[in-house]
Ligand binder design. Structure first.
Ligand code: NOJ
Length: 770
């Protein structure tokens, strides 16, 4: 009884204090805040101040301490942090947050201790990697990005928030907004691909989807823009590796999606494992304090990545744990995920004067602010309702949304002789590939809360179409054993004993559907690759089946661009189906049968060879971009491969065709600071279909060189056969400018080109001059 009474008393006091302050019209802070017309923020600030005034130094530091739960692990098991110690710290109020605690029952078990047994009863904020859904999984983020459908992506995040919040989660470690140009890096699956403009729009959609309009409603969760910054530039695509990029790439390529997330209202950021220019991001004051907190005025909090504070010792930046805690706190990392250093070292550091108490106060304030915004102080159990959890988890509405998103994420890479869509009647169809029957791989690797075998397989999806006869042979295993989140995946590189069965069923079929690619656990954190071909014996399987029947539809499952030159040259139809989540098989079947007309476009270039990476459409031209004469070597090229990727950024076909015409530029830049580009899009084929009309610009010469093309606008348009639509893109300073090397955003006068079309090779172009 007494234990419960303490937090209630604190709340009462807070209310009294905040009421007093709200009525005090000459209070300076209040005047500043009320001038922003945000009274809710004002009262939260007062509540935070009142609470902080009661907290001991250790309790403030406690808010900065985040522990992993007792069940799931999403990083290397730490040496410290036994369960007994964690419980003791919960009781003392030395824990501000826990991650990987999930489900109403588990969350309540820890929340109850924090709220009812600690001195001030401050609720925990419960974090979890809701990367593309919680239990009901939507496509991996790279796949969702291929939809270019911002409304659908936002809905997908909303649905994820709904399901996760019903299981007691308050905070997702998403979206990952790292720009990535290197398909060897396993985490390209978790982001929006290689382009800053698309990535920024998607960052905004995801943040708004997770957080909604009001964080205090029970179906929204706090988002976290990660990994700040440059993690996607890990050298050689090896995860956690050094990033070494210049100021221009940092400002123009890496930071804009983070800024877009901030502008969309994201309440937390996560720093990153990599070092940048010699400083681990976790200890980087320039990134965290100077840019994020001061220049961008971010008033939420920054969480470290898993153990990244302690990792500054291995980086060679911190002498020991004590030093690492000092560097991280002073640099602006507010919360320590699984390093155990803030809780062990910060109080000492404050007493020694190495970390100012104001730094602790500021960090605790930021964390408490977000907890108040979530409404956790009004009711710490508001997200803990078993009946709601039961009703929402895996509901039909979630599955319908996941299916919708999955269909929108598929990219038709090639379709010769109109092999697709498949006929619905009278066909003998051979389905080949272990991934065709796999019910776990489509979930991808970020699927901690999802059950094994909970995805609809391709075979199951196809079985809904009764008019054709289906035979199945796996041909070969992709992986050996049952891969999981923490251990290395073993690939089948030798066993071809089932090839014969696959060849036999292919011989007797009208059409062969081959489902090949990567297992879901081959991409994601810690899952870099040096080869980008079909893993294991799958290429051989493809060629063996091809000898028996050339009528092949290749359905790719993968978390990154693959090198599939042979398939591109020989296989008539190729469908990029990524890892599509719970409804994977249904989405693929509906696309193959034409019940959904594919409209996805690649968010990353597909290289011809791994030797080309990093490869991206918005490269710089070099001084020697093209052949100076026959057989002369002195130009920027490879001896043994083309410069161009196999499939360019923005590529994706439909069952119908589109024509772009009538491009016009209205240059009002001198007056209204706008350049308007218009174009007519016509559906010239036989199906109703959607097209992503894309606009690229090139700033022809500038004080800091600009890429050969930059995406600066796109629109998803749906048209009936023969229907046309006039599309207008407006280019403002934001689209026409760039950061110079003095960190200034400028628009330089001069010549520009604009290109409009269905991919990054768009060839309808005009010039304009600013
Ligand atoms: C490490 C990953 O880099 C990060 O993205 C993730 O959110 C944390 N682990 C927590 O699981």
């Amino acid at each position: 009884m007494k234990k419960v009474a303490i937090p209630l008393l604190v709340c009462l006091l807070i209310v009294i204090i905040s009421c007093k302050n709200e009525n005090n019209s000459i209070d300076k802070d209040l005047a500043i805040n009320s001038s922003t017309a945000n009274t809710k923020v004002t009262s939260i600030e007062d509540k935070v101040s009142a609470l902080l005034s009661k907290m001991t130094l250790e309790e403030k530091i406690g808010q900065m301490n985040q522990y992993n739960g007792f069940w799931d692990l999403t990083g290397p098991a730490p040496k410290e942090g036994d369960a007994a110690k964690k419980y003791e710290h919960l009781r003392k109020g030395y824990v501000g947050s826990m991650l990987n605690v999930r489900g109403v029952k588990e969350v309540r078990s820890v929340q109850k201790i924090a709220v009812e047994e600690s001195r001030l009863g401050i609720p925990l904020i419960i974090g979890f990697d809701v990367i593309h859904g919680y239990k009901t999984l939507t496509p991996i983020p790279l796949a969702e990005s291929a939809s270019w459908d911002l409304a659908a992506i936002k809905t997908s995040a909303e649905m994820a928030a709904l399901e996760a919040s019903a299981s007691g989660i308050n905070w997702t470690f998403a979206p990952m907004v790292d720009i990535s140009r290197d398909a060897r890096w396993g985490r390209v699956m978790e982001g929006a691909g290689e382009d800053t403009y698309l990535g920024s729009k998607i960052a905004e959609a995801r943040v708004k989807g997770f957080q909604g309009e009001d964080l205090s409603t029970s179906n929204t969760i706090v988002a976290c823009a990660k990994h700040f910054a440059a993690y996607g530039f890990a050298e050689a695509g090896r995860d956690y590796n050094t990033a070494d990029i210049g100021i221009s790439t940092l400002n123009n390529v890496v930071l804009p999606p983070f800024k877009a997330a901030k502008d969309a209202g994201v309440r937390t950021f996560m720093n990153s494992f990599n070092e940048l220019n010699g400083i681990p991001a976790t200890g980087d004051k320039y990134l965290q304090r100077d840019i994020l907190k001061e220049k961008w005025n971010f008033d939420g909090f920054i969480v470290s990545d898993w153990g990244s504070i302690t990792e500054m010792i291995a980086h060679g930046h911190a002498k020991d744990g004590n030093h690492a805690a000092e560097l991280a706190a002073n640099a602006g990392s507010d919360m320590d995920m699984e390093s155990y250093l803030y809780v062990n070292e910060l109080a000492k550091l404050v007493k020694e004067g190495k970390v100012k108490e104001a730094v602790i106060e500021d960090a605790a304030r930021r964390i408490l602010r977000v907890k108040f915004e979530l409404g956790l102080f009004d009711d710490p159990y508001k997200y803990l309702d078993e009946a709601r959890e039961k009703e929402i988890t895996g509901s039909k509405a979630l599955n319908d949304a996941a299916l919708d998103m999955a269909k929108k994420s598929i990219v038709l890479l090639k379709n010769e002789k109109q092999l697709l869509p498949l006929k619905k009647e009278g066909q003998k169809i051979a389905v080949i590939g272990a991934l065709a029957s796999d019910k776990t791989s489509p979930l991808g690797s970020w699927r901690i809360a999802a059950e094994d075998n909970s995805a609809v397989s391709v075979l199951e999806g196809l079985s809904a179409y009764k008019g054709n006869t289906i035979t199945y042979a796996k041909g070969a295993d992709v992986v050996i054993g049952e891969p999981n989140f923490t251990t290395e995946v073993k690939i089948n590189t030798t066993n071809k004993t089932e090839f014969g069965k696959a060849v036999t069923i292919a011989k007797n079929a009208d059409v062969v559907i081959m489902v090949l690619g990567e297992h879901g656990f081959q991409s994601g954190e810690g899952r870099s690759r040096t080869e980008l071909g079909l893993p294991g014996v799958q290429q051989e399987l493809l060629e063996a089946v091809y000898k028996a029947n050339k009528n092949i539809v290749l359905v790719l499952n993968n978390g990154r661009p693959l090198t599939i030159n042979w398939a591109d040259q020989n296989i008539p139809a190729i469908v990029e189906a990524w890892q599509l989540g719970t409804q994977s098989g249904n989405a693929i079947a509906q696309i193959l049968y034409g019940d959904y007309n594919p409209s996805g476009k690649l968010p990353m270039s597909f290289p011809r060879d791994v030797g080309q990476v990093p490869i991206y459409y918005n490269y710089k031209n070099t001084g020697r971009p093209s052949l100076p004469g026959p057989d002369v070597v002195f130009w920027s090229h490879y001896q043994d491969e083309k410069n161009e990727p196999l499939y360019v950024f923005g590529h994706g076909l439909s069952y119908t065709t589109f024509k772009y015409s009538n491009i016009k530029v209205k240059n009002s830049y001198k007056g209204s600071k706008e350049v308007t580009v218009s174009v007519t899009l016509t559906n010239t084929g036989n199906y109703r279909g959607k097209e992503v009309a894309q606009l690229y610009i090139r700033d022809m010469y500038a004080s800091v060189t600009r890429p050969v093309r930059e995406l600066k606008g796109f629109e998803l348009v749906e048209l009936n056969p023969s229907e046309s639509k006039n599309i207008e893109f407006v280019l403002t300073e934001k689209e026409l400018g760039f950061f110079n090397n003095q960190n200034e955003f400028i628009v330089e006068p001069g010549d520009f080109k604009v290109f409009v079309g269905g991919d990054s090779k768009a060839n309808l172009e005009l010039k304009f001059t600013l």
